[in-house]
Ligand binder design. Structure first.
Ligand code: CA
Length: 342
């Protein structure tokens, strides 16, 4: 094994010298792509964008894309098989960021750059190899949710149902401990407060619903049984939970459409197809979008640079973030176009 590795490394070195001498970019690039789970809604959009921008690139890009189906052991095996092939770089969407070091080591041993994306490993892991992380800033989605609510609260004094100048709210949380769930839960509320709103959590604490529609719906039904009419806004860490909250609200006559007499702002994250449909039909106030298309575009551009031995962001529109090991793709706001007209 060791002998073969040395040989591979020697080959890699010899090959990497060719473009340096010729000062030419490769005309064909082999990219390995490890995906944590193909049927994740957001990741599907990233996957489609990777394929689209690979096709559109002015160099031939051969993608070898693997589905770990949410199983880290499976992803480790896929990495072992990929590094035996003649790859120029590998894109890695970890199942478990706790296992990212092992993947980084394998990329390093194979002499190829490792571009992690979406699920963020510790900074030291990117530093330990020819590594980069492409993702979002965890706090940004929450901050945008807080801004969305503050803007609505200013535009619609009637949203303060009991007129006490305080926003009685709920926040539905994904898995406790998940960095995105923690950041969205705290920053949505702190940003609303930053914008001058007085916030009061009706439950006294976040409602944990593990990203799931049915859990959010069940919890919201129970909360409404005790607090119907007292809730003035709902933040949800994702659209799936927002849709569960809305189903529970609909069942008691709230948020049935934009003209409903009883209506409270529900704000999600993700801009899933169902989430956007709920916004367009007046049931949901807004969501925050992780731009999967922009993510895929960035991944292909930095991968082409990496494959050619250039700096990841050289000649692109991207910048390395303050941490020195990442490129951050901004979120964007998605609101009902009718909201402003009301
Ligand atoms: Ca109030």
């Amino acid at each position: 094994m060791k002998k073969r590795l040395a040989l591979l490394l020697a080959c890699g070195m010899a090959m990497s010298m060719v473009p340096v001498q010729a000062e030419e970019a490769k005309d064909e690039i082999n990219l390995g792509v490890l995906i944590y789970k193909f049927d994740d809604t957001y990741i599907s959009t990233v996957r489609a964008a990777i394929e689209k921008y690979a096709e559109e690139a002015d160099v031939t890009i051969n993608l070898d894309m693997q589905d770990a189906q949410g199983d880290q052991a499976k992803q480790n095996d896929q990495m072992d098989i990929l590094v035996e092939k003649d790859l120029d770089a590998v894109l890695i969407n970890c199942v478990d960021t706790g296992s990212a070091q092992g993947l980084a080591d394998k990329a390093k041993d194979a002499g190829i750059p490792a571009i992690f994306f979406n699920r963020e490993p510790a900074k030291e892991i990117m530093e330990s190899c020819d590594g980069l992380f492409v993702g979002t800033t965890a706090s940004e989605a929450g901050v945008m949710q807080g801004d969305l609510l503050a803007d609505m609260w200013e535009a619609h004094p009637e949203y303060d149902l009991n007129g006490d100048g305080v926003c009685q709210y709920l926040v539905f949380k994904g898995e406790p401990g998940n960095p995105e769930a923690e950041a969205r839960t705290s920053y949505s509320v702190s940003q609303a407060e930053e914008r001058g709103m007085k916030m009061e959590n009706v439950q006294g604490e976040p409602v944990v619903a593990n990203w799931a529609t049915d859990q959010a719906q069940n919890s919201m039904e129970a909360i409404l049984a005790a607090h119907e009419g007292e809730i003035e806004a709902v933040f949800c860490n994702n659209d799936d939970m927002a849709l569960g909250v809305i189903s529970a609200l609909n069942a008691v006559g709230y948020n049935t459409d934009a003209e409903a007499e009883n209506w409270i702002p529900v704000i999600g994250v993700d801009a899933t197809d169902a989430g956007v449909e709920a916004i367009n039909s007046g049931k949901m106030a807004a969501t925050v979008k992780q731009d999967g298309d922009a993510m895929g575009k960035a991944l292909i551009e930095v991968a082409i640079n990496a494959a050619n031995g250039k700096d990841f962001v050289e000649g692109t529109e991207y910048e390395i973030a303050e941490d020195g090991v990442s490129v951050r793709i901004p979120y964007s706001r998605v609101e009902a176009t009718t909201a402003d007209a009301e």
